[in-house]
Design a protein around this ligand. Structure first.
Ligand code: ATP
Length: 311
């Protein structure tokens, strides 16, 4: 059974079509990535699923049941980690987590255990008595996460949880999300950082302008496009004649030399590296380090839309 089943969702803000027949199906135990540039409709889609926004058309089923504003039984099974940190300034770390947990769990003893577990989970034990304004940006994000997950939700929405956090907190957050999945939760993860989505998501949807452009595993998405690897070779100089010969190779899209580095972008094909090294060998070019980078999700987005994923 799909934990999330969204079909034909249409959402307008006045004239603006924010979601255009948007479909989303997520199986139990997935970390599903919603990847798209700013304004592509990720937050709108989440807020419709949570019934925080009304929508014009479409159906939303969560846990196999029709979602509606008064379905508190379903809402109780959901955790939300919003894009903007939403905690109470006058409460400590522990009190904040306890407050949000108390919206779902009334038994005090059970709540104390859940709050302790959430504090350990996000690594905030030594800050439990701190007020939010004493925390760094990364620690504040971790508190935001603890508030969203302490009640042990089965389905958790993370909306850009790593914006403006230091690398250490970012890694802790990503590891934490995988930990939640390992404990049985299903996760919806929105981001415009393709590396994160590649790192943790079982499946990824690329969206733009409120529409689904493509979806699949990381590898499936990369196989959908014709862009192949980027070959990078350290070499002090390359003559124009050699560059012309490289560009004339059957699967080469682009070849250029800058900063003592030759870069050759190719279409997907098994012999690109051999062909490129063949041209350089014939011209007796002295080579330094040679490596090939596989296509990124940015290449996929670029080929699908003609634009970069990052602004
Ligand atoms: N309350 C609103 N009123 C009018 N337009 C809105 C409103 N909220 C969002 N929009 C517009 O709807 C579109 C989708 O926005 P949304 O916030 O869902 O995108 P997003 O992919 O989540 O982007 P971001 O990463 O910036 O949050 C954008 O064009 C945005 O300007």
């Amino acid at each position: 059974m799909d934990i999330v089943a969204v079909d034909g969702l249409v959402k307008r803000y006045g004239e603006l079509l924010a979601l255009d027949h948007f479909d989303l199906h997520i199986a139990e135990g997935e970390i599903f990535g919603l990847l798209g540039p700013n304004g592509s409709g990720k937050t709108t889609a989440i807020n419709c699923m949570l019934q925080l926004l009304t929508y014009d058309r479409g159906s939303i089923r969560l846990f196999g049941e029709d979602m509606a504003p008064a379905r508190y039984d379903l809402k109780r099974r959901i955790g939300i980690v919003p894009q903007q940190v939403a905690v109470l300034e006058e409460l400590s770390v522990r009190e904040n987590i306890d407050f949000f947990c108390s919206l779902y769990v009334s038994d005090r003893a059970r709540r104390r255990a859940l709050v302790d577990e959430a504090i350990d989970f996000v690594g905030l034990a030594e800050f439990a008595g701190f007020r939010p304004k004493k925390l760094s940006g990364g620690l504040l994000r971790r508190l935001n996460i603890a508030c969203g997950i302490a009640h042990k939700p089965e389905l958790i929405f993370f909306d850009e949880p790593t914006v403006a956090v230091d690398p250490q907190s970012r890694n802790a957050i990503l590891a934490g999300i995988k930990g939640l999945r390992d404990e049985g939760a299903t996760v919806v993860y929105t981001s415009h950082y393709m590396e994160e989505v590649e790192q943790i998501c079982s499946r990824i949807m690329i969206m733009d302008g409120g529409r689904v452009l493509a979806q699949g595993t990381n590898e499936e998405l990369k196989r959908m496009v014709s862009t192949g690897e980027k070959i990078v070779i350290e070499v002090p100089s390359v003559s124009d004649a050699v560059l012309r010969r490289l560009r004339a190779l059957p699967h080469v899209l682009e070849a250029g030399h800058a900063d003592q580095t030759l870069t050759v972008r190719c279409e997907a094909s098994p012999h690109n590296l051999t062909d490129v090294l063949g041209v350089l060998g014939a011209a007796r070019v002295q080579l330094g380090r040679v490596y090939a980078e596989p296509p990124t999700l940015n290449d996929v987005f670029l080929e699908l839309t003609g634009r970069e994923l990052r602004d």
